[in-house]
Design a protein around this ligand. Structure first.
Ligand code: CP
Ligand code: NVA
Length: 308
């Protein structure tokens, strides 16, 4: 039994296997109606609990569809409607759920909740986003990059804006998949040293460049995310926007990257804020392939977790 808690807690070999497996599974069902089951039905007889303590569109739908395609069943639970949201401990919740379901995916605030769930659950636990990381997203991002441009190893990724949870998982991935990452954003929103240190210790070049135009020189991939994450207070919005405005990904910024650079955004986006529609809907953008690949990447993750 494997938990999928973070990119840095999973071996590079297993991560590589999951990406390749995801691509194979996507290929195998190309052109088939979305509701048809995969031929091999690896999750037949399995029930997966999907717990959300924050809003979600992509994570909710892609996990639900993925489980169904593989022949399993899902139970989508809102944290606030569970006793978990009314004082029951995480440990007790984990032990009870383990008596009913075969796997748990949780989207929560504090990452300690995720780790405690995994400690007490007898079934695999998957990280569907915390305040600090979003590993499923980055698996889909790696799959998407490689689908368009081949191996990501040795490439240059530029993260623009806030050094947030998605950025942290990108830094973990830089270390595990062997690519370089330049962060460009205001010093107040730099990624945490822990994540930068992980990638550097694995041999990746991690740079911080305040000038976004310099940062994107030679970039193979430019990534943006919202300037105000779900765990950020709404009262910080104006201050964040003022700090981040200069880091918007627009056509002028894209033109300073490699001519064939890709643009990604995990979505949901605030169009004309962190990125313009001209870029999001333009020739460099792969944002909807990226969204679709949540499905395929997570199917590979779930199969790895269950060993099926
Ligand atoms: N990218 C992502 O996780 O989207 P949702 O918040 O819609 O799940
Ligand atoms: N950084 C964003 C990602 C949403 C998928 C957030 O945490 O709100």
């Amino acid at each position: 039994m494997n938990h999928f808690l973070d990119i840095h807690t999973t071996s590079a070999t297993d991560l590589r296997h999951m990406i390749d497996h995801a691509a194979d599974m996507k290929q195998a069902r190309a052109g088939r109606p979305k509701g048809t089951r995969d031929d091999d039905q690896p999750l037949a007889g399995h029930i997966v609990a999907l717990i959300f303590e924050k809003p979600s569109t992509r994570t909710r739908v892609s996990f639900d569809v993925g489980v169904r395609q593989m022949g399993g069943e899902t139970m989508v639970l809102s944290g606030k409607d569970m006793q978990l949201g009314h004082g029951e401990t995480i440990a007790d919740t984990a032990r009870v759920l383990s008596r009913f379901v075969d796997m748990i995916m949780i989207r929560t605030f504090d990452e300690a909740v995720l780790y405690e769930m995994a400690e007490y659950a007898d079934v695999p636990v998957i990280n569907g986003l915390t305040d600090r990381t979003h590993p499923c997203q980055i698996m889909a991002d790696i799959q998407t990059f490689e689908e368009h441009r081949g191996l990501i190893t040795g490439k240059k990724v530029v993260w623009t804006g806030d050094g947030n949870n998605v950025c942290s998982s990108f830094l973990h991935a830089a270390g595990q998949f062997g690519f370089d990452l330049t962060f460009t954003g205001p010093a107040q929103l730099d990624p945490e040293d822990e994540y930068i240190g992980f990638a550097r210790n694995k041999g990746s070049t991690i740079a911080i460049e305040r000038d976004p135009f310099k940062a994107v020189e030679g970039a193979d991939l430019i990534v943006a995310d919202t300037w105000v994450s779900m765990h950020d207070s709404q009262s910080s919005k104006e201050r964040r926007h003022n700090m981040l405005r200069g880091y918007q990904v627009n056509e002028e910024l894209m033109s300073h990257a490699k001519p064939d650079a890709l643009f990604m955004h995990c979505l949901p986006a605030h169009r004309e804020e962190e990125a313009t529609s001209a870029v999001m809907d333009g020739p460099h953008s792969v944002i909807f392939d990226e969204a679709e690949n949540r499905l395929h990447a997570q199917k590979a993750i779930m199969r790895w977790c269950l060993g099926v």
